[in-house]
Ligand binder design. Structure first.
Ligand SMILES: Nc1nc2c(ncn2[C@@H]2O[C@H](COP(=O)(O)OP(=O)(O)O)[C@@H](O)[C@H]2O)c(=O)[nH]1
Ligand SMILES: [Mg+2]
Length: 152
């Protein structure tokens, strides 16, 4: 069995644990963490790794060794991003940009998608666990790209 997992990156509060719960089909403790959180199908990278640009090369190294695919999150409510231009292109595994807490307003949505595209994401999905928007597509993408089987 491959030890590679789906890697989930994003700032603190961007929705990593919420989406990871969806992928795992299991709840978890959403407490703030300073270390990577390894789960059955995925692992969550602490927001601090994104906040510090000098850690971005470490994330690339982690992905090379441990990731089958990558979810790159951007919080649709705050729009805050620390990704450098074209960052997603540095990864060799499949990458999906995810605009979390998908805003309803067209302008906010377009701005979030544009930021993920500027960060190098060629595929972007708007997801809201509140309304359910994009959740099925997200799971389909994960099954197709990460090597995780479908949940029962
Ligand atoms: N409205 C809304 N809130 C969300 C969504 N996804 C996550 N949240 C909330 O955002 C907060 C941070 O989520 P969490 O998954 O813990 O973020 P993490 O720090 O990146 O792991 C929690 O209060 C979640 O309930 C969403 O799609 N819509
Ligand atoms: Mg978390």
């Amino acid at each position: 069995m491959s030890l590679k997992r789906l890697m989930v990156i994003g700032l603190d509060g961007s929705g990593k644990s919420t989406l990871a719960d969806l992928v795992e089909g299991a709840e978890s403790n959403h407490a703030h963490r300073e270390d990577c959180f390894y789960r059955t199908r995925c692992f969550e990278v602490p927001g601090r790794y994104i906040e510090n640009h000098w850690m971005h090369s470490i994330i690339i190294m982690l992905a090379q060794n441990q990731a089958s695919a990558l979810l790159m999150l951007l919080d649709g409510q705050t729009g805050e991003t620390f990704y450098s231009s074209g960052y997603a292109r540095a990864f060799t595994c499949p990458c999906l940009g995810v605009l979390t807490k998908a805003p309803l307003e067209d302008e906010a949505r377009a701005a979030g998608v544009a930021k993920l595209e500027a960060a190098g994401c060629t595929e972007v999905l708007c997801v809201s666990t509140e309304t359910g928007e994009g959740t099925e597509e997200l799971l389909e993408w994960v099954v197709a790209h990460s090597g995780c089987g479908a949940l029962d």
